[in-house]
Design a protein around this ligand. Structure first.
Ligand code: URP
Ligand code: ZN
Ligand code: ZN
Length: 470
């Protein structure tokens, strides 16, 4: 079905202009004015922005963690993402020591196939580097199109890898054309601080934050940056929460290291005091790195504005308050780490960022979409509005005011971390490859319509692809 999106204001990471989009065969085939076609459906976007679909580079859907499994899976998670203006997610495929990478990837395909309503890719966790893993990595890149590897420097005895694994992953990534991602916190030091706090009888959620001080994030970020420089490799630091870590990234970039940083809405608008909420409600805000003292928010906003941090991911990792978070009643270290963010990522960044004058409209598009497409081998097919690219489009009303709430959200969890927050701006309709997923704020998509995305190697964004697509 052909479509014309008329009367909207098109916004990309670089430009803002008035034009209409002609969509056929799932791609944008023309950008212009006064298209006439008898067999095209006309969609009026008057008064709205027309953005490229959001790309969430950091999700954990149906992920086993902390003795349970995240509540949102590829069905509810991608539906909620679409409501929020996201048309692509890149999810973390976990691996187990001794298991082949291929088997881990097949497991993740089984979770997502037939469920995802928007397109998706995988990052691959490397928990231990050895000859078997080294042998499999070229196939992971060439056949699966997985061009980013994740190393956890925290979660001792669970997900954590040692520095040798991190270093060897960096070396392999350089050789193979992949981007290494790190969860940067010093897991050994945290493990000691947690044991000490529990011995002293400190069991409340706030001790999650107090046993993971900003220094352990700054130290791990700096260490990962130095190892990246030593390996002449490339690094993406996920969920940067504080000034200590942001500063290490800025320093490394100034020293010529190829390093990128992501932050998340929760670190931009919530703070450590949320973990002190009574009746164990602080557990709703337990994730890692933890929420920080409020002054860090200004540092993070400034880092986004000045380009020291380059993306905003959600780190969607949702657990019900009742029945999952409460596994940690009486022992904060047993609270499953993570929160429900996927649906509100784009709106919060628009409302708190653009509307409040902290970032420009074009920076906003870059932060929620374009930069991730470029870093993770999806550009220009995803992440922009141009002739020949996938018609992943968000029609966004910048004037709607609404209150975020669990009562109206579409995630499967029983709470919303941003409950009661007022935001301005909302996606009205969302298209994935030219088909409506959300139409006039209603879900009209199809389970399994989302396609698995094989991604290009790091640093190889071939513009000629756009013309080949039409
Ligand atoms: O607490 C968090 N962030 N949970 C998800 C796993 C991770 O560390 O990203
Ligand atoms: Zn993490
Ligand atoms: Zn995460």
């Amino acid at each position: 079905m052909k479509k014309v999106i008329k009367n909207g204001t098109i916004v990309t990471a670089t430009d803002t202009y008035h034009a209409d989009l002609f969509i056929e065969n799932g791609v944008i085939s023309q950008i212009g004015k006064h298209f006439s076609s008898d067999d095209a459906e006309i969609i009026d976007a008057k008064g709205c922005y027309v953005f490229p679909g959001g790309i969430d580079p950091h999700t954990h859907l149906e992920m086993p963690f902390g003795g349970t499994v995240t509540k949102d899976d590829f069905e509810t998670g991608t539906i909620a993402a679409a409501f929020g203006g996201t048309t692509t997610v890149i999810d973390f495929c976990l691996t187990n020591k001794g298991e082949t990478l291929q088997s881990a990837i097949e497991n993740w395909h089984a979770k997502s196939n037939h469920k995802a309503v928007i397109d998706y890719g995988f990052h691959l966790q490397i928990v231990e580097m050895n000859e078997d893993v080294l042998h499999e990595l070229p196939k992971v890149i060439e056949q699966e199109g997985i061009t980013s590897f994740k190393v956890f420097m925290a979660y001792k005895n669970v997900l954590q890898a040692d520095d040798e694994t991190l270093f060897r992953t960096l070396i392999s990534a350089k050789e193979l054309g992949a981007l290494v991602m790190v969860h940067a916190e010093n897991g050994d030091v945290i493990d000691y601080l947690v044991k000490k706090a529990l011995e002293q009888g400190h069991t409340d959620p706030i001790y999650h934050a107090l046993t993971r001080p900003t220094e352990v994030e700054g130290e791990a970020t700096g260490r990962a940056a130095i190892l990246t420089g030593l390996a002449s490799s490339q690094l993406y630091v996920v969920h940067v929460s504080c000034a200590d870590a942001a500063r290490k990234i800025a320093e490394a970039r100034n020293n010529g290291i190829d390093i990128w940083g992501e932050t998340c809405p929760q670190y931009l608008v919530l703070d450590q005091s949320y973990l002190e909420k009574p009746n164990f409600e602080g557990a709703k805000f337990v994730w890692s790195p933890p929420l920080r003292e409020k002054w860090n928010q200004d540092v993070l906003w400034n880092a986004l504005k000045t380009g020291q941090l380059q993306t905003v991911g959600s780190d969607q990792c949702s657990f019900d308050f009742n029945g999952q978070k409460d596994l940690g009643k009486g022992d904060f270290s047993k609270i499953p780490n993570g929160g429900p963010i996927i649906e509100d990522r784009v709106s919060i960044l628009f409302s708190e960022g653009v509307k409040k004058g902290r970032i420009s409209l074009n920076q906003f598009v870059d932060l929620v979409s374009t930069r991730s497409a470029k870093l993770f081998g999806l550009y220009p097919r995803k992440g922009t509005i141009a002739v020949g690219v996938d018609a992943d489009i968000v029609i966004f009303d910048p004037t709607v005011e609404r209150t975020i709430s669990q009562e109206t959200h579409h995630m499967a969890v029983d709470y919303n971390a941003f409950e009661g927050m007022k935001v301005t701006g909302e996606p009205i309709s969302v298209l994935s490859r030219g088909e409506f997923v959300i139409r006039d704020k209603k879900f009209v998509g199809q389970l399994g319509a989302g396609q698995y995305l094989k991604r290009k190697k790091y640093g190889t964004n071939d513009q000629s692809e756009t013309t080949n697509l039409v």
